[in-house]
Design a protein around this ligand. Structure first.
Ligand code: 13P
Ligand code: SF4
Length: 306
């Protein structure tokens, strides 16, 4: 089948199997084309929480996103588009390390970025996404907060919530963390009039050189409303989306050879078609006690994050 035939076959298979397809913005453009709902982590979590009457959900993204859908909609069959698509950051901190920390620090609220395994979420008090982190951390009742795993996002939050003591550990996103000050300076030299929009998963010294800092959805909003060209320092899916939606505008990928998440790009149209037919992907199973513990953190995120 060629691409057009494959896309048509996917649309037909979605109907026949009563499947809703969710895709993170970092997915390849052809996956975005066949998805029913696309967005950043928070938008996908909210969509999962308000899930429609479909009996099956296919998540095109990485494992923690499919797990989040299953945690919030256990009655549905939830399928991850590619079995090996995981976010490396989600596995960087062992749940036992958090358990030990909590025993010694009972007054500290443990806040997990949503890019974490279900086992890690189960040890935490609340989750955040990059678009809700500052709002949620500032409304937590506790004065001391352990923020895991992303040291860069945690440092960014700490700057905006100076009234709290934020403890950081050593996790990071290998894709965003790889961007250097030199990458920013080189890109600026090539596009001198352009503004720079950056995701807070990038290093502090990189973020400090940029004009706008925000999550996937916030960067998209900034770019739509900006009058100048924009250099985009986040995964290339965001620049691809903006360039397709606004072909007349000047949107450029900063560090194009670095800002591609290999896990997010594993999913192909062929995978999606086979996953719809039940021949590919991974059906998510979560043991009930673990699910309920992890759900508390996500429920708190939806409560505090709005
Ligand atoms: P968003 O919360 O902006 O969707 O980010 C998800 C992610 O994986 C960032 O690298
Ligand atoms: Fe994980 Fe980074 Fe990929 Fe996002 S871009 S899924 S944080 S590895």
């Amino acid at each position: 089948m060629n691409t057009t035939e494959l896309k048509q076959a996917i649309i037909q298979a979605k109907k026949e199997t009563d499947t809703l397809v969710l895709a993170h913005t970092y997915q390849a453009p052809e996956i975005i084309d066949i998805a029913d709902i696309t967005g950043d982590s928070f938008a996908l979590s909210k969509a999962a929480a308000k899930m429609t009457d479909k009996k099956r959900v296919l998540l095109c993204g990485v494992r923690f996103m499919a797990d989040t859908v299953k945690i919030l909609s256990p009655e549905k069959e939830v399928v991850l588009s590619h079995k090996s698509a995981t976010c490396p950051m989600a596995e960087q901190i062992a749940p036992e390390r958090v358990r030990a920390f909590r025993e010694e620090n009972p007054d500290v609220c443990v806040c997990a970025y949503i890019n974490t395994s279900t086992e890690l979420k189960a040890e935490c008090d609340v989750c955040v996404t990059s678009s809700t982190a500052v709002k949620i951390v500032s409304s937590l009742p506790s004065q001391k907060v352990l923020f895991i795993p992303d040291q860069n996002l945690g440092g960014y939050v700490a700057k905006f919530v100076p009234e709290k003591e934020i403890i950081l550990w050593d996790g990071c996103c290998p894709t965003h963390h790889s961007v250097s000050v030199k990458d920013v300076l080189d890109a600026k030299a090539k596009h001198p009039g352009a503004k720079i929009a950056v995701h807070p998963e990038c290093r502090k010294e990189v973020v400090d050189l940029c004009d706008f800092i925000g999550s996937t959805s916030e960067i998209i909003d900034f770019c739509k409303n900006c009058e100048e060209d924009v250099l985009i320092a986040t995964e290339r899916g965001v620049c691809d989306k903006l360039s397709r939606d606004y072909p007349e505008r000047g949107f450029y990928q900063l560090a194009p050879n670095k800002l591609v998440c290999p896990n997010m790009k594993m999913t192909t149209l062929e995978n999606v078609y086979k996953a719809l037919l039940g021949e590919f992907g991974d059906v998510i199973e979560i043991e009930e006690e673990l699910r309920l513990k992890a759900k508390r953190s996500i429920d708190n995120m939806l409560k505090y994050g709005g």
